[in-house]
Design a protein around this ligand. Structure first.
Ligand SMILES: C[C@H](O)[C@H](O)[C@H]1CNc2nc(N)[nH]c(=O)c2N1
Ligand SMILES: N[C@@H](Cc1ccc(O)cc1)C(=O)O
Ligand SMILES: [Fe+2]
Length: 561
């Protein structure tokens, strides 16, 4: 029985372990920022069962109606369950145990059976060559000692057996139940021995957990990033925290049919591959009705509150018969429309994507768009992006050349960026593309997609309640924000051109040691890392310059005739 259980565990964790690898990269480093972490199958299941109960209770008590007031979704405070999503690894940011987060609950169940992401990186690094295997590795281990300080001797002896050198050791009383002390040990030893050491320590019952903490000096490679538009097939990692299955505040949380429908539409995105036409959806009358309500309200508010560029593109979408009140536009039609105006295209997305994946697609002028519709009980605000948000919020400005370029530049800056830079870029994205305000003849206008698709928030943003600040990438990029309620702070850009200029100057201060360029003919991102490549580009530019100079000459010539 125990063996069967262990086997089952192994299978489950094997899924966890291979999840990122299957998707083309070795570790969690590529996709994840902060809470944008893969939910392990286990965490997700636990969460689901807790929520299942909550949902049953909600259904019993007719809780659904409590969530909705005047059609605006009201967050119901702190009654959401406390199960954490994502894997919370211990971190020793400044290398001291006292400051390290010791709540490694998620790792507890699986550490006997599988490798953590750090260990996968370590193994990959070691497996590159025999030199790599023998390379000296600095590492920090966090050990939970069940039986008190006596176990320290065992730790030191085992490290010695594997020819490791202890560089730092500290202990503290543990907060983990059943564990007396935690020990933080920093060691230096060959990678292969480090792997063996961890295995060996894990076999001892004296330890309730053995965790490899730091990854930063194991692999200093640039995080993986897509090089060709088809690589975006791998950039579809979801953050599930606002899915109706998992978010108690989601207006569809207690509506089984809604959750089914949302899932069914998300399947299309999971199956989608580069080059496929985007499948049409036969939207129901209810879904079209929700669209119509939002569409008509936007139509009412837009003349006064939306920026000039938004209105111009909106009219074009109406003229092309794509934006009409009675039916939701199909993504494929929208994609062809955008392609003609700015070269942007759409890909279907199954939900809220991790910032890294989402931003990466912008580098290719690809916008990942959800296809399901918000719950009809809450047309004027929803906690996760849906196609009404994408269509009414994002699409018009993606048809504007200057804005399209701004979006692509954020995307290009994100390729190969560090986690903390991704965090900053997505914060800039948040306060511009999603929630940006701008000036037009001394008047405030909205250009942010989450304002233009949420009438509730639009009116809030333009009221005297929130604080307004001038957009300045250096400070905007580090402004903390939450994504559950209306924003308390908005940033005001002078114009798109001005925002682009400021953004470019700021981006050039980022740490990435190379420049990238998108080649629209091949849909490839080129890394400008050789003189040859640069010379080819200069030659192309010279040809362009020649054509432009000729054009000027011709115009001048005809002028004088
Ligand atoms: C980049 C930034 O985090 C931003 O809020 C992204 C995140 N993921 C997303 N995912 C989808 N499907 N749609 C979006 O608009 C976004 N926005
Ligand atoms: N709140 C937006 C939808 C949205 C949700 C989350 C986001 O990250 C972005 C947009 C609306 O109601 O239209
Ligand atoms: Fe959005």
């Amino acid at each position: 029985m125990a063996v069967a259980a262990a086997q089952k565990n192994r299978e489950m964790f094997a899924i966890k372990k291979s999840y990122s690898i299957e998707n083309g990269y070795p570790s969690r480093r590529r996709s994840l920022v902060d809470d944008a972490r893969f939910e392990t199958l286990v965490v997700k299941q636990t969460k689901q069962s807790v929520l299942e109960e909550a949902r049953a209770r909600a259904n019993d008590s007719g809780l659904e109606s409590d969530f909705i007031q005047d059609g605006v979704h009201i967050g119901n405070g702190d009654n959401s369950p406390t199960v954490e999503d994502g894997t919370q690894q211990d971190e020793t940011k400044n290398g001291h145990l006292a400051d390290a987060d010791i709540g490694d609950d998620d790792a507890k169940g699986d550490e006997d059976y599988t490798l953590t992401e750090e260990e996968v990186i370590l193994q990959n690094a070691a497996s590159e060559s025999s030199e790599a295997e023998q390379a000296l590795q600095q590492a920090a281990l966090l050990l939970h000692m069940r039986d008190g300080m006596g176990s320290l001797a065992r730790i030191l002896k085992t490290i010695d057996n594997y020819k490791g050198c202890v560089q730092h050791l500290e202990t503290r009383p543990s907060q983990v139940t059943g564990v007396q002390f935690d020990a933080l040990v920093k060691v230096s030893m060959t990678r292969i021995n480090l792997i063996q050491l961890i295995r060996s320590l894990r076999q001892s019952t004296a330890f309730a957990g053995v965790n490899l903490l730091t990854e930063n000096n194991i692999s200093s490679k640039t995080p993986w990033f897509p090089r060709h538009a088809s690589d975006l097939d791998n950039c579809n990692h979801l953050m599930t925290k606002y899915e109706p299955e998992l978010d108690m505040n989601h207006p569809g949380f207690a509506d089984k049919d809604y959750r089914e429908r949302r899932k069914q539409i998300a399947e299309i995105a999971f199956a989608y591959k580069y080059g496929d036409p985007i499948p049409s959806i036969a939207y129901t009358e209810i879904e079209n009705g929700t669209w119509q309500r939002v569409f008509n309200t936007v139509l009412d508010l837009m003349p006064k509150h939306a920026c000039r560029e938004y209105k111009a593109a909106f009219e074009k979408l109406q003229a092309a018969d794509i934006f009409v009140p009675h039916r939701i536009p199909q993504l494929e039609d929208v994609s062809s429309f955008l392609r003609k105006h700015t070269g942007f295209t759409l890909r279907p997305a199954a939900g809220l994507l991790t910032a890294r994946d989402f931003l990466a697609s912008l580098a290719f002028r690809v916008f990942q768009s959800t296809q399901y519709v918000r719950h009809n009980n809450s047309p004027f605000h929803t906690p996760e992006p849906d196609c009404i948000h994408e269509l009414l919020g994002h699409i018009p400005l993606l048809a504007d050349p200057s804005f399209a370029q701004f979006s692509q530049e954020i995307g290009l800056a994100s390729l190969g960026a560090s986690d903390s830079e991704i965090e900053k870029l997505s914060t800039v994205y948040w306060f511009t593309v999603e929630f940006g305000l701008c000036k037009e003849n001394q008047q405030l206008k909205a250009y942010g997609a989450a304002l233009l698709s949420s009438i509730g928030e639009l009116l809030h943003a333009l009221s005297d309640k929130p604080e307004l600040r001038p957009f300045e990438p250096a400070s905007t990029s580090v402004q903390p924000y939450q994504d559950q309620e209306y924003q308390p702070i908005y940033y005001v850009a002078e114009t798109f051109e001005d925002a682009k200029d400021k953004f470019r100057r700021w981006v050039s201060t980022m740490s990435r040691p190379f420049e990238v360029r998108f080649n629209p003919h091949t849909e490839r991102v080129e890394v400008l890392d050789s003189v040859d490549k640069l010379e080819t580009l200069i030659w192309q530019l010279n040809t362009e310059t020649l054509h432009l100079t000729n054009a000027v000459k011709k115009l001048k010539g005809s002028h004088f005739e």
